[in-house]
Design a binder for this molecule. Structure first.
Ligand code: CTP
Ligand code: CA
Length: 226
């Protein structure tokens, strides 16, 4: 029996979920971001909560209502802030789900004043952001389970499996950007799940809540013992 016991529940387990986009400031009124809604992350949070887990959310800016009576919530904006908040919680977590769409780059310099337009082209130099899942993957200890996400438009399985290895995930959830009705801003999704031991599962096109339940089922299959 694995460390969740024979019953399909997560009672007493602590779960960290990063979710939503990040916002990377350009100047006091502008930022770089993406279309992540946080819906998938919140669906996973609800599923864990229903299964008895204590859920810690580190959320980028989302418009979804998050019930702070049900979840511990840390609100962040940038990737750097998301990393700091996640790092603080990581040590005491049993499961970490990296569902956030973290910006890979941010402006190298944040202008202190609103940038004025000029009669010329302009460019913004970007620097690489911290890879939260990679950094915390290096700190993963025995008994912890890390779950990653991947959104790919080409070589989907190969790229997803590459991230599984690189970031020390126990399983990775592949979102297909080519799938109709799936992914960003939709209520439905289709995912494939790959375990580090080679097993896999396919959700078919279903609601994000059903995807969340499938992800929990697969997490239960991860052979982690205490
Ligand atoms: N991730 C993260 N921190 C980052 C970038 C990604 O924690 N700075 C996490 C995501 O939350 C996700 C996984 O890493 O669980 C894969 O994210 P993805 O953007 O698909 O992979 P990248 O490594 O950023 O590669 P690329 O965007 O070039 O495909
Ligand atoms: Ca990325």
């Amino acid at each position: 029996e694995n460390f969740f016991g024979s019953k399909p529940d997560f009672k007493g387990k602590k779960v960290l979920i990063t979710l939503g986009p990040t916002q990377e400031a350009i100047d006091p009124v502008r930022y770089i971001s993406n279309h992540s809604s946080g819906k998938m992350g919140l669906a996973i949070a609800n599923a864990f909560r229903t299964c008895g887990a204590e859920v810690f959310l580190v959320s980028g800016p989302v418009s979804l209502p998050i019930d702070t009576g049900l979840f511990h919530l840390v609100k962040v904006k940038s990737a750097a802030e998301m990393y700091q908040a996640s790092k603080k919680l990581h040590g005491e977590m049993d499961v970490c789900v990296f569902a956030a769409a973290v910006a890979d780059y941010s402006p190298a310099v944040v202008a202190q004043e609103k940038i004025k337009k000029a009669d010329s082209e302009m460019s913004i130099l970007l620097k690489k952001n911290v890879d939260i899942a990679f950094e915390l993957g290096k700190a993963k200890r025995k008994g912890q389970i890390h779950v990653g996400f991947a959104l790919e438009t080409e070589n989907e399985e190969l790229n997803a499996k590459g991230k599984l290895d690189k970031k020390n995930f126990d399983l990775i959830v592949l979102n297909s950007a080519n799938e109709k009705g799936a992914g960003f801003q939709h209520d439905t999704n289709r995912v494939k799940i790959f375990h580090s031991d080679g097993r896999s599962a396919d959700s078919g096109l279903v609601s994000k809540n059903d995807v969340a339940v499938l992800i929990l089922e697969e997490i239960k299959k991860v052979p982690v013992w205490i």
